[in-house]
Design a protein around this ligand. Structure first.
Ligand SMILES: *[C@@H]1O[C@H](CO)[C@@H](O)[C@H](O)[C@H]1NC(C)=O
Ligand SMILES: *[C@@H]1O[C@H](CO)[C@@H](O)[C@H](O)[C@H]1NC(C)=O
Length: 380
């Protein structure tokens, strides 16, 4: 009897315990639901290949640094070789100033004689071995991002200027496997195609201009994006993305990094999107195969003037400002150059001063007569 009683008493205690525990759980649960835990931002690898970009890097790196995204969630993957300018010096200087800010930095900066690969005719010549080299590097970046378990990989070329600091967040919000921001240049060039020929090259279609000029706004399914491409590596299908033709069954395209990538996506049913819902940034018009580097300096000036049409000048951090130079200002063989400007339009004056600095024009600024002020004000 005693034993039975004893066990009943125990089960009562046990029941009590369970109830108290349940209450405890309920109260803990109520407590926790009132706390909003902030999620970490997705981890991103930003990958860029740099060659002979000493003129664009001060702007590119300054804008990269100013992205509104936590640097401890970003890993950088950088490769640079075969330079004939100060590219390596700038990269090293910049990296040593930011290296503790980013989650990790994987950089191989090769100071390499020879200046270029064997079959290259000039700094803008895309020979077969240069394509092979870039294909290998891009694939390596992709593998490295997968190995790091990065959630996103953003390929960003060093002649792209991401002036919208929200770009990375905005692109992630698109929730697409592959997405690119539509970039402006100083002409009809951009980083997306709306058509592809049967032999896989560029084809202009009627959709192109309205998207480029933002007559139509949104995200568009296109056959090609390049130069600034964000990939969501959390998606299983992203494992099929590649830059190497031999990874694709029955590959018939050329050995060209961007074309192979676009075809790999297409074969795996991954649509490519370009978005122009914001002004995200700018891209340089690429050189012709036979151009020399100095042609790229002119392209940069043209683009900077284009930026000034509706934006403030491309920024340069103090660290890198010594690498930016402007032409020696003169009066273009005239005795004097005047800038006549209404005092009440300071933004126009600012813009002309900025343009003339890029172009190397020395001008005398004169206040215009303001008709709105009336005769008395003018005479006084
Ligand atoms: C990759 O593409 C192949 C077809 O080429 C397809 O069978 C496979 O399901 C794809 N893998 C993923 C992860 O989407
Ligand atoms: C693949 O290419 C074909 C032919 O250009 C196109 O019709 C199709 O929409 C593309 N598929 C994807 C997923 O982009």
């Amino acid at each position: 009897m005693a034993v039975v009683q004893n066990s009943r008493c125990c089960s009562l205690i046990f029941l009590n315990f369970v109830i108290v525990t349940l209450l405890l759980f309920v109260s803990i649960d109520a407590e926790s639901s009132s706390i909003v835990y902030e999620k970490k931002q997705p981890s991103v690898v930003i990958a860029f290949l740099v060659r002979n970009k000493a003129h664009t890097l001060p702007y590119f790196l300054t804008l990269l640094e100013r992205l509104d995204y936590p640097k401890e969630r970003i890993s950088l993957w950088i490769r640079s070789d075969h330079n004939e300018d100060k590219t390596l010096e700038i990269l090293k200087k910049w990296l040593s100033s930011v290296e503790s800010d980013y989650h990790s930095i994987n950089a191989e900066l090769l100071s390499s004689p020879p200046k270029r690969l064997k079959d290259e005719m000039g700094p803008a010549h895309w020979s077969a071995s240069r394509f092979m080299h870039v294909i290998q590097l891009r694939e390596e970046a992709l593998m490295s991002a997968r190995q790091l378990w990065a959630e996103y990989l953003w390929f960003l070329d060093a002649d792209v200027f991401i002036t919208n600091h929200q770009t990375l967040q905005l692109l992630m919000e698109k929730d697409r496997l592959v997405v690119a921001p539509a970039l402006k240049s100083d002409g009809l060039y951009s980083n997306f195609w709306c058509g592809m020929t049967d032999n896989f090259y560029y084809q202009r279609t009627d959709d192109y201009k309205p998207i480029l000029s933002r007559e139509r706004v949104g995200c568009f399914h296109v056959p090609m994006v390049h130069s600034s491409v964000l990939m969501d590596l959390r998606m299983t299908a992203s494992d099929n993305l590649t830059y190497v033709g031999s990874n694709i069954p029955d590959y018939e395209g050329p050995h060209d990094d961007i074309i192979t990538f676009a075809l790999a996506a297409n074969k795996s049913d991954i649509p490519l999107y370009v978005c122009n819902d914001h002004v995200y940034g700018f891209v340089m018009v690429p050189l012709e195969q036979t151009d020399e580097l100095k042609q790229d300096f002119i392209q940069l000036t043209n683009l900077k003037l284009e930026v000034l049409v509706e934006n403030s000048p491309l920024p340069v951090s103090g660290l890198l400002s010594g690498y930016v130079s402007y032409p020696e200002p003169d009066m273009m063989a005239f005795d004097v150059v005047f800038t006549i400007n209404l005092r009440r339009r300071p933004e126009r004056r600012r813009r002309m001063v900025d343009c003339f600095r890029e172009l190397g024009v020395r001008s005398v600024v004169v206040d215009a007569v303001d008709g709105r002020l009336g005769a008395a004000a003018i005479q006084s």
